[in-house]
Ligand binder design. Sequence first.
Ligand code: ADP
Length: 602
Amino acid sequence: MKTVRELASLLPRALKLSWQVSPLLMTLVAIMAIVAALIDPAVLYLTKVIVDIVYQNLGQGVQWALVIVPLGVIFGLWIAEKLVGGITAVVQQLLGQRTYNTTFQKLLHKASKLDLAFFEAPKFYDQLQQANLHQGLVQHLPMSLFHFLQNLLSLGAMVGLLSMLHPLAFLLLVATVLPRLFLEGHMTRLGFKLGSELARNFRRTDYMQTILTDREKAKEIRIFGLGSFFFDRFLEFRSEYVSAHIRQMLHFMGYNLGLGTLTTLGIGAVSIFAVIQAVRGDISIGTLTLVFSAAQQIVSLIGGVIGSLNSVYQSSLSSSRYFELLDLDPQSISGALQPPRVAEPRKAPLRIRKGIELESVSFTYPATDVEVLKDISFSLPAGSRVAIVGENGAGKTTLVKLLARFYDPAAGAIKLDGLDYRDYELNSLRESISVVFQDFAKYDISVAENIGVGSIEEIDNRDRIVKAASNSGTDTIVARLPNGYDTVLGKTMDEGVDLSGGEWQHIAIARAFMSDSPLLILDEPTAALDSLRERELYERIARLASSKTVVFVSHRFSTVRMADLIVVIDDGKSVEVGSHAELLSRKGKYYRMFETQAARYR
Ligand code: ADP
């Protein structure tokens, strides 16, 4: 839990953020708060004036000349109050929405820049979810601060009015309301603590809910009859959540009851004192009415001051979650990419001249202790087609992740044209690599956009998209769709069209053809294609991408045999490297794998 001091340091940061969004709207909010704060005390004072005038002139006829001015001003103030309320609501909405856009944008930017290693760690998910949950409340921080100051100003004016009874009368009220300051802070702290403790529970409930409503999983849920299995889990997590909340609610109810009684006693005491004074003739009737209203208002204003102070505290706690994520040190997780080792990292080459070299590369996933890649060394000559083969779990995808620099090797190095990956600028290195993953993303947007995301700055370049589609043989699929390139895919939209697994794979491959990157990696994106189509596709890639270095993972030897170089991975080690013919003649692992598959076709 953060200290009050740490939280207070967030105030200037949140204020600055809103100020940057709009200085004009911020100024307006401040002016409106000051005006709103002074209206009620002014009305109260004018009412006293009117009551006194009326009382002094009782039985002497109506003295309009004396009361008309204060009455007019009261009416004016009432109208002003409505006006200020309306303007404040609009201005706060505008400022709130614009601040929200900014905070959200900063959050997304940060999350999208974090290393993959963060996404392997459940703790980080909780952190991301908390930041996401609380980021909408960052905009409340300046607002609740203004609200606090407004209440404080109003309270000051009311205390001034109450001093007409006795300069210290307000102290009695403060004493009865003060315990609330501590209790409310305590309750906020408890509430926030519970929220944090339940973050994991919340994430699990959310996950169960997603499983039960997800289109992708709907088939398995039905065929294996998993509905009630997951639903029971959902209920279990949910009831944990609900009962923790109910326990806390009952706890808080007790506090509130005690506080309410204490406050009533305070107002009662001040009122009795005022009546005694009035009967004695020490205060006027006008002042008596003023004291009655002022005492009530002071109590509710002290409550308001405490309440808004509490909102400031609450929004600071929320903002702290948000700012914590923004400030997250990219190096704070094991397995994060290492910072550049040289002062000025190089731009990655537009064409690979020599090739890529793996030198004794070993790797272990963050937060695990099993070495997944062990001392792997081989070279990928520039312009070659390299196949990576191996059984499931051998480490092929992990190798692809290292080649795309999602992780750095734990030991050894990967070099591009003789220079360590870590000495290139990360963005420029990523731009020179395109990867089609096994679990590529399927976006519920148009076909053209689905392909265009492969090179986001070219997303509106239709010629380029059409070329990428025809180069990857995806154009024949697009031609069959109702609106061609403008067909919306997926089922999120009413007009959305769904594609078969193989068709989606073609779209993902076309995406990789959008980029001019000199290294193309395909991690078995063709599993849903039949072997003839897979082979055809790879032949096409070989023809079209003649200047590129192509690395692909495949289980089909009809495709693998076309490669210039084949790397066999077994249990995290590169056990054989060579051409199809060389590896067959060696009669090792590759030969045995090839024979097993060939036997099925004989
Ligand atoms: P392949 O692509 O050859 O099937 P992978 O590279 O996907 O193999 O996996 C190699 C090993 O690494 C497996 O034992 C797998 O369990 C482990 N592994 C894969 N991904 C992760 C991960 N994100 N965290 C921890 N271990 C992983």
